[in-house]
Design a protein around this ligand. Structure first.
Ligand code: NAD
Ligand code: UD1
Length: 351
């Protein structure tokens, strides 16, 4: 039985990954400050699991802590040691992720994302744990008109959030060059959306969501009046922006593949895109959502959003060949599962 620490495990992607890790037999210690999540997500994870196996509840340990406080991180490693559990690796989701907020308050982003990661890496070194899977983002790339993005492409983030991700990738690469025992995977996510098929866990953004998918579900349920489509004159087939929407469970599976690959291979650093390789325009996404769920999603066209690109789609051949991973769910699955989550939890995790 392997023991894994998951930072930010109560969040959107973290909670879905915790579910799969527990299903796969890992024992997990989650550290989360709940600055953008609720412990309820992990209670729901247990609800899903306990239908099948009552023993699994002892395999999930949840610790409230902040990566900005190095002592909070150290507490978990000490705790594992006390229980004679060697931490095999860390999946590092904890981070702030709003592009807008990062522009308004860059210092918080640099402090939380970069200092938090440095603290984590220091404690990992101290406790001789040198395997890490890191949540990076496609936002690190300089987007290229209509070409799929490959890992070797030029990186040039256009906001502080993106720079924190690229900086962390650089720190990880320096560590790997300095000490050949590190096993590192930087996973560059494209657009994670959808929810677990049970409808029990999903994305619960605080405040008004900025991303398109949580807005689609909120418009469909009547919490928001309409989608404001940013730009109808992009150089795409219907004039709206194209993105690579990936089902959160496919993304979570990518983490297990990365972790297992790292454990079975010699120490190395991988940088890998996790996307489907298929682009969907905003208009197509809205139409597919309407047809799949038989609901209406009103929209209107507006000016382009600053910092946006026409086309951001992954070349995912590296993930397929190295990790033996491929996305199994399509855009209809994304629309169906995310809608189920929204319908069953109109107020997210709050009562
Ligand atoms: P999320 O906000 O739902 O989850 C992040 C979790 O980290 C939250 O539970 C939050 O409370 C926790 N956290 C943040 N700072 C912390 C700190 N200092 N100490 C302890 N816990 C802390 O976000 P998500 O969508 O699940 O994203 C997970 C990771 O993936 C983030 O690093 C994000 O930047 C990255 N990412 C997300 C997307 C996306 O579209 N969702 C795309 C690319 C990359
Ligand atoms: C955005 C961020 C990116 C971040 C990602 C995940 C920007 C410019 N990019 O990516 O850095 O990694 O979120 O958090 O903020 N759209 C609308 N109306 C809306 C919202 C979005 O038309 O109200 C369009 C966008 O123009 C885009 C598509 O929907 O064409 C997807 O947008 P979004 O969900 O915000 O994701 P990204 O822009 O890819």
């Amino acid at each position: 039985m392997s023991t894994i620490i998951v930072t930010g495990g109560a969040g959107f992607i973290g909670s879905h990954t915790c579910l799969l890790l527990l299903e796969r037999g890992y024992e997990i210690f989650v550290i989360d400050s709940f600055c953008n999540s609720s412990a309820k997500s992990l209670e729901k994870v247990l609800m899903i699991l306990l239908r099948f196996n009552n023993d699994l509840k002892d395999k999930l340990h949840l610790i409230k802590g902040d990566l900005k406080n190095i002592s909070d991180i150290e507490k978990i490693f000490k705790n594992c040691l006390k229980q004679f559990k060697k931490v095999e690796g860390v999946i590092h989701f904890a981070g702030l992720k709003s592009v807008f907020d990062s522009v308004m308050d860059p210092l918080s982003y640099w402090e939380n994302n970069v200092i938090g990661t440095i603290n984590l890496l220091k404690v990992m070194e101290k406790y001789d744990c040198r395997t890490i899977v890191f949540s990076s983002s496609a936002t690190v790339y300089k987007a290229k008109s209509d070409k799929l993005l490959t890992e070797g492409d030029f990186c040039e983030p256009v906001n502080p959030y993106g720079f924190t991700k690229l900086t962390i990738e650089r720190i990880l690469s320096d560590l790997n060059k300095n000490n050949d025992q590190w096993r590192i995977a930087s996973l560059r996510y494209f657009n994670p959306v959808g929810a677990h098929e049970s409808g029990l866990i999903g994305e619960d953004p605080t405040g008004k969501p900025n991303n398109i998918y949580p807005q689609i579900t909120r418009v469909a349920i009547g919490k928001l009046p309409e989608i404001k489509i940013f730009g109808s004159d992009w150089p795409t087939h219907d004039g709206t922006g194209i993105r690579d929407y990936i089902h959160v469970i496919d993304l979570a599976e990518g983490h297990l593949c990365a972790l297992e690959y790292l454990s079975n291979q010699k120490p190395q650093m991988l940088t890998i895109n996790l996307g489907t390789g298929k682009g969907t325009s905003v208009l197509e996404f809205i139409k597919i959502f309407e047809n799949t769920n038989k609901v209406k999603v009103p929209f209107s066209f507006h000016e382009r959003r600053q910092g946006d690109n026409a086309f951001v789609v992954a070349d995912n051949s590296l993930a397929k060949s190295i990790l033996d991973w491929k996305p199994k769910r399509n855009i209809e699955d994304i629309c169906r599962d995310g809608w189920k989550w929204q319908l069953q939890n109109p107020n997210g995790y709050s009562e």
